[in-house]
Write a protein of this length. Structure first.
Length: 481
């Protein structure tokens, strides 16, 4: 980066977001984790390991929820971009969505205990769809809000960093969900004996999660301003046609690159995480749920520590070498972690598999810090091209891409697990070739996916210099915001 560009990328006082507003925005970060990741992290343990639903049924549940959520996202983005109220475009939806989503979340888990496998699947999908409808009403405006808090290239990363701390802590809690769900307080009596029940645990834990969604979800609506809303940029903007807006969004080259990069990264992550539970619990730990839940918790501790450590490192590094190079480093760390699982996931020494979590924690910190900040830069690129501010459209399409990535991962992981010959009824007594197939899929698919993501990243065109140039042209055309 040239000295001239370094001077231009220094954050001016008017571009800085006050720390308390950064905190208020970041408070909503855990809602994303709680609303999406808890059910993802516990689904196979509850529905397959405990209730014995076929892995394909579990994949259908997760895929259906992501698909519905993804269908609604673009519509909600379009609605949000075109809304005009005295409270803004985003804040009314953030408030209402948080309250309704929090009230509805527990219903996903409270299906009748004597339900058949098919009835359970349809119950979870049905109430999940209702929940995710209101979660989308909250999440798309919330994500859009990040892109209009500051016009500065580096300050955007700083806002994302504060949110990253909150999300990492929420991820820490999520990593212990399986263990928490099996605490003695949640035991049930089965055949005259008290046994652990992740399902029973989740029924009560879900009530607490619903309360947190409401409390944390409404804070951004109350305390965060919409910087662009009261300017001529938005007030004079005509209503955006839904179809025309989609076409313009999908014609944005940097955005398309970012989307495909994310698809391949998260496809690898979804399969790695899904297979990881089974390879770790059954192959490494002999099918012991208790040990599996503890190691999931230990891994979460390590992940959280290294993620928290590397968020400030990557934030600072991005201001020196740019976001693109930092993301390249993050992907490389994840590839190394995936590629070494053949040797680190070993029954002779289970503790070694926690070493992979060190690299995952560091790599994911860079990924989840850079992607939202880079997405905000894409919005400026689009404004220069179209003359419109369409944060909702872009955040919704990107959110849809996130869900598509995981949906494909879930759709593939369940059937792939069955294709290996894995049978939950057999516990740890799986044939040797089953474990071999599981370990191969656990390594090869994620590594290939991230390799493709790395190639796509090389063609992403918005550097720090390009971002400065785009901002200058925008301010010459419509003034500062």
């Amino acid at each position: 980066m040239s000295d001239d560009t370094k001077k231009k990328t220094l954050i001016s006082p008017e571009d800085k977001v006050p720390f308390l507003k950064k905190l208020a925005y970041a408070a909503g970060g855990p809602v994303d984790i709680l609303g999406i990741w808890v059910i993802v992290s516990i689904a196979y343990q509850v529905f397959n390991m405990e209730l014995k639903l076929p892995p394909t049924y579990v994949a259908i549940i997760l895929m259906s929820l992501r698909l519905w959520d993804g269908v609604l996202d673009p519509i909600m983005g379009w609605i949000s971009d075109n809304t005009r109220t005295k409270w803004g475009r985003r804040r009314p939806f953030i408030f209402i969505g948080a309250v309704m989503a929090g009230l509805l979340y527990p219903l996903i888990w409270w299906f009748p205990p004597d339900s058949s496998h098919l009835q359970i699947m349809f119950w979870v999908i049905g109430f999940g769809i209702i929940f995710y409808t209101f979660f989308t009403v909250w999440s798309i405006p919330y994500q859009s809000l990040l892109m209009e808090m500051t016009p500065d290239y580096n300050e955007r990363t700083r806002v994302a960093a504060i949110r990253g701390y909150f999300q990492t802590v929420a991820g820490f809690v999520n990593g212990w969900i399986w263990w928490l769900s099996m605490l003695p307080i949640f035991f049930i009596v089965k055949d005259g004996v008290e046994v652990a029940s992740p399902l029973n645990g989740m029924r009560y834990i879900s009530i607490g999660i619903g309360i947190l969604i409401i409390i944390l979800g409404i804070i951004p609506a109350i305390f965060v301003d919409e910087r662009y809303y009261h300017t001529d940029v938005v007030q004079n903007q005509k209503k955006i046609n839904l179809i025309k807006g989609f076409k313009e969004t999908f014609s944005n080259k940097p955005f398309i690159i970012l989307c495909f990069l994310t698809i391949f990264f998260l496809l690898g992550q979804a399969i790695f995480d899904g297979y990881g539970r089974y390879v770790g619990t059954y192959y490494v730990l002999g099918g012991d749920w208790g040990e599996g839940s503890k190691f999931a918790g230990y891994g979460t501790v390590i992940y959280t520590i290294f993620s928290l450590m590397f968020i400030p490192v990557f934030r600072s590094l991005s201001e020196k070498i740019g976001k693109k190079k930092v993301l390249m480093i993050a992907i490389t760390l994840a590839i190394i972690s995936y590629a070494t699982t053949w040797w680190t996931f070993t029954p002779s020494n289970p503790w070694i598999m926690l070493s992979n979590t060190v690299l995952i924690g560091a790599g994911y910190a860079g990924l989840w810090l850079m992607l939202p900040s880079m997405q905000a830069d894409v919005i400026d690129y689009d404004e220069l091209k179209t003359g419109e501010r369409r944060e909702g459209s872009f955040s919704s399409i990107y959110s849809w891409v996130l869900k598509l990535s995981f949906m494909v991962g879930f759709l593939v992981s369940g059937p792939l697990l069955e294709m290996t010959g894995f049978d939950a009824e057999a516990g740890s007594n799986q044939p040797a070739e089953v474990y071999t197939y599981m370990r191969i899929g656990f390594l090869v698919i994620p590594v290939l996916s991230l390799g493709i993501a790395m190639l796509l990243l090389k063609s992403f065109p918005i550097t720090a210099e390009k971002a400065v140039e785009i901002r200058q042209k925008l301010e010459e055309r419509r003034g500062k915001v």
